[in-house]
Ligand binder design. Structure first.
Ligand code: KIV
Ligand code: NA
Length: 266
């Protein structure tokens, strides 16, 4: 068991301490992030873009995810490790259980799935089998071809009600955590108040229980040259990567990051 557990994170939510999460794909960065005070490491399928150079996350396989989860685990110093279920890894219940087991055996403590209330049964069966699940709502990049681009989600009354209803249904189904990507800051705060489980945000304003960034973004590195508005370069004013990651953790804990300009309007 890691030093940071689900119980630890529940306590953070209850007393209003912000959770600092970063993506991580290897052992050295895992150690450095832990020493900087990062509580959760996410092996994101963003590795398809930042490590593999693809233009979306769709080409990433379960084997890719398991490999980077195992690498991260070896450098981990007490953080809770979350591994993404990649594109189509949970298309059926049987696949979901099998692929989640592969990621847990590789070193994950929790898996993350992109979707909505329709994941309820999957989340329930994972939990029954000892696998905590985080559900990623809002802009779910594996659905970029359905959305017609990387666009803010949950705008307008109907979409906002739907997202809130999904969040509540998933908590009832046994989700351990939620992650909101690119949704209006006001909606993210409302979702965070509506559920008892921790809610992590990216491009979702300062009202969530914690924040996550892609490691490369936080270090000011960009392959495409397009930097999303919710990203901040924490190398600015720092002279080393460990200092930059410590600055990220401090900014999350102090409520300095994200600032209003990093968020989206309703
Ligand atoms: O893959 C990833 O890095 C993610 C985060 C952006 C939340 O899912
Ligand atoms: Na992801």
């Amino acid at each position: 068991m890691p030093d940071v557990t689900l119980t630890t994170l529940q306590g953070y939510k209850q007393r209003g301490e912000k959770i600092a999460m970063l993506t991580c794909y290897d052992a050295t960065f895992a150690k450095v992030a832990c020493e900087a005070g990062v509580e959760m490491l996410l092996i994101g399928d963003s590795l398809g873009m930042v490590l593999q150079g693809h233009d979306s996350t769709l080409p990433v396989s379960v084997a890719d995810m398991a490999y980077h989860t195992a690498c991260t685990k070896r450098g981990n110093r007490g953080a809770l490790i979350v591994a993404d279920m990649p594109f189509m890894a949970n298309a059926t219940l049987a696949q979901a259980l099998d692929n989640a087991a592969t990621l847990m055996r590789a070193g994950a403590h929790m898996v993350k799935l992109e979707g909505g209330a329709w994941l309820g049964e999957t989340v329930r069966r994972l939990a029954d089998n000892g696998i905590p699940a985080c559900v990623h709502l809002g802009l779910t990049p594996q659905s970029v071809n359905v959305f017609g681009g990387y666009k803010v989600q949950g705008r307008g009354e109907a979409q906002a009600r739907q997202l809130l209803a999904d969040a509540v249904a998933l908590e009832q189904a046994g989700a351990a955590m939620l992650l909101l990507e690119c949704v209006p800051s006001t909606l993210a705060a409302e979702v965070t108040r509506a559920v008892g489980i921790p809610v992590i945000g990216i491009g979702a304003g300062a009202g969530t229980d914690g924040q996550v960034l892609v490691l490369h973004d936080a270090l000011g590195l960009s392959l495409s040259g397009r930097v999303p508005k919710f990203v901040k370069n924490f190398m600015t004013g720092q002279s080393s990567i460990p200092d930059a990651l410590a600055a990220y953790v401090r900014a999350v804990k102090d409520g300095q990051f994200p600032a209003p300009e990093h968020g989206f309007s309703a």
